[in-house]
Design a protein around this ligand. Sequence first.
Ligand code: APR
Length: 245
Amino acid sequence: METQVKFSKKDKVAILTGAGISAESGLKTFRDNNGLWENHPVEEVATPQGFNRNPRLVWKFYKQRASQLKKVEPNPGHYALKKLEDYLENNFNLITQNIDELHSRAGNKRILHMHGTLQFCICTKCGKRYKMGNIDLDEEIPKCKTCRAKLRPDIVWFGELPKYLDEIQSIMKSINYFIVIGTSGVVYPAAQLLQIAKQNRVYTIGVNLEVPLNMKYIDEFHQGKSGEILPKLVEQWINIVKENS
Ligand code: APR
């Protein structure tokens, strides 16, 4: 489908990304493997109950994710969004569900990690936050340097409240375009943002390998791999304006 959109520098745009945008970097998505995330049921490794039951296993799992991240690179989809931010500047807002840092490694600055990132962990008792690089990852269950309680990855697990909800709400009120990329539309409240955008009469665009669950709220859908589609789309979104202006 041809895009109907040309962005002027005054357009206010929010992007929501999910695991699909990092798939071409070699990171597995969540729902392509019978509900298993890297061979683990999500309840085991992505819920507070799973952590309480077996913190050793959960830490082992996230240490593996962190070392896997060191071996992957942003792909052309991530770089296309960096180009879009360079063009839209402060009118660009990137909301991501991903806990990888591939958007920031591609150069994006205006990012809200609504499900946290693998870069930080937090004390389960006193709430002190640490950079992953500043704790002793040789410990099976890393401990808080202040109160010695267990640390946990600062990631939003199932049943927990996503971060930055106030900021996201005010972004959703301010935009005139909303773009969703590489997300199945299954997990709330992220999945609801499309519906909110439509209620606010915002033009919505989707880029996804498969048809997402909330497809009915998408005005313009581009089916395929984001690493292939986004570079072309961003060219069209920002170049058409330059030609016509
Ligand atoms: N390009 C674009 N889309 C892709 C690609 C690709 N190369 N590869 C896969 N996809 C699509 C899939 O078709 C799927 O619709 O990306 C989507 C990924 O969906 P999920 O695996 O459900 O990931 P996501 O939507 O990010 O999950 C949301 O669920 O487990 C929790 O907290 C976790 O943030 C995560 C949340």
